[in-house]
Design a protein around this ligand. Sequence first.
Ligand code: 76R
Length: 235
Amino acid sequence: VMHLFWPVRSAEGAAEAIARFASADDQQAVTFSVLGGRADAGLMALSPDLDALHRLAKDLHGRGHDPVSSFISLTELSEYTATEDDERARLVAEGEDDVDGKLAAWNARIAGYRQNRLYPTLPDKRLIAFYPMSKTREPGANWYSLSFEERKDLMLGHGRVGRKYAGRIIQLITGATGLDDWEWGVTLFADDPVAIKDIVYEMRFDPVSAEYGVFGPFWTGLLLPPDEVFSRAGV
Ligand code: 76R
């Protein structure tokens, strides 16, 4: 996954380069007009082929589209997602009669969910918000010295907060440890800026973010076709 942000000096070749990239079956790109004055254009591009993303970045750069910021990450499955054993235990604890039937339905749902995390389809929304994030490694607040069980438990609470925003927010968390300056990229899609502010604000009170979250710069933009992004920048 590649996020790029740049001030637009000319429209030279960019829309074509992005369209060519996005015309491959397994590649996607969305462009946005960056809100505020930090940049004009933003791009989020996905490909199973890192080299294709790299060629797109260099192609744009070569045409004078010089990024002021970028982020490189990978889609990934979470290590904290509930397992079949977790779900079975939960169903048994609830006194469910048809544990096997319920588990089969759960497995089917999880398969779709995993597919979507690894191979997401970028949604058709009006707004995008992107920010990089890491977990702290400070004495007394070191995420990486917690046990797996503690981390999983905390992430369960995080997921509960997140699920309250079903329908208002679509989130894509991508991993970047060792690839970029921050450990994850957080990309949120929504139609309403209030939804973005609400979820990020509510997350701040959740222990995972309150005690262990550190954040980089926030980029927000209006999702628009490349031509519209460039014409809004005056070219
Ligand atoms: O497995 C799952 O996807 C469900 C539980 C879940 C995990 C494991 C989940 C749910 N997230 C997970 C992982 Mn999330 N998330 C963020 C942010 O601004 C902030 O304070 C934090 C930025 C938001 C807004 C958000 C939203 N999440 C992660 C990770 C990886 C952690 C790791 O591996 O250590 C990060 C960095 C992260 C950050 N999260 C959800 C949401 C939402 C809306 C959900 C519910 C999604 C759904 O169930 O459809």
